[in-house]
Design a protein around this ligand. Structure first.
Ligand SMILES: C[S@@+](CC[C@H](N)C(=O)[O-])C[C@H]1O[C@@H](n2cnc3c(N)ncnc32)[C@H](O)[C@@H]1O
Length: 249
């Protein structure tokens, strides 16, 4: 049985209890490199074999899994294992070999970044949709950026795109976005050295030009956090209406 464990975005306390227990019990851990917090690896038993897959090819990873799959094997991924993680390719291999697996979810970078800057992605009247994507660079994105950004009333979280802000800005302008549209970057969300950059789509590029590593781009009017309609959830008028209805039943 292979357990795909999501390690979370960086803060070791953001892994799930289930993930922590799997690491404590593991015989073998194959982790995805420097974005895995070292603290979580320290929970493994002394006898546990711990390997970094950063320099491994798919073939190396598959050979390693095949060699050790009868043991308690943890494949440790950053953030949540379902996003930009190559889990699908590994699952395809496991299924071809009839090896059982389980996936344990986790906190993805977009949720850590929102927590760090203290925003909600869903603001009544402004946005009820979160689009998680990447700006197309060398890796093709079948959904073109123009198409993504044409969803004007959405909140955007762009992964793997810190070097592509110019393209984001130019495309946003082509689609008529205002220069003042907020665009924020969270570098290493939830890590001890996290940095937050708040700007507009017009001014963000220079502020983050030095970033070479891990960062997430948040884009959209939602960042202003100003609802344009009342939420039904706690609004007094809807609450009273609800109470009247339930009394009438
Ligand atoms: C290969 S993807 C892995 C994403 C991961 N599976 C997740 O759910 O967060 C790596 C990209 O995720 C984003 N990322 C991951 N961790 C991050 C963090 N702590 N802060 C900001 N962005 C992060 C960055 O855009 C980075 O280039």
């Amino acid at each position: 049985m292979i357990k795909f464990i999501s390690a979370g975005p960086g803060d070791p306390e953001l892994i799930t209890v289930k993930g922590m227990k799997a690491l404590q019990e593991a015989d073998v851990v194959l982790y995805t490199g420097s974005l895995i917090p070292k603290e979580v690896l320290s929970w493994c038993r002394d006898e546990c074999l711990i390997e970094n897959s950063a320099d491994m090819s798919y073939e190396d990873i598959f050979a390693f899994i095949e060699k050790h799959h009868t043991k308690r094997f943890v494949r440790l991924h950053t953030g949540d294992a379902s996003l930009f993680s190559t889990v699908a390719k590994q699952v395809e291999f496991l299924e071809s070999k009839g090896i059982e697996y389980e996936v344990v979810p986790g906190v993805t970078a977009a949720f850590a970044a929102a927590a760090s800057v203290g925003v909600e992605y869903t603001i009544p009247g402004v946005s009820q949709t979160l689009i998680i994507s990447r700006v197309e660079g060398r890796t093709p994105n079948p959904e073109k950026l123009e198409q993504l950004l044409s969803n004007r009333h959405s909140s955007f979280a762009f992964y793997l795109s810190i070097g592509l802000i110019k393209k984001l800005r130019e495309t946003a302008y082509e689609l008529g976005y205002a220069k003042e549209t907020p665009c924020w970057v969270v570098e290493r969300a939830s890590w001890g050295d996290e940095q937050i950059y708040k700007a507009t789509i017009d001014t963000i590029e220079d502020k983050v030009a030095h970033i070479k590593g891990v960062a997430l781009i948040l884009f959209g009017e939602f960042l202003n956090q100003k609802a344009t309609v009342e939420s039904h959830l706690y609004a007094k008028k809807y609450k009273e209406e609800g109470e009247r209805k339930s009394k009438a039943l």
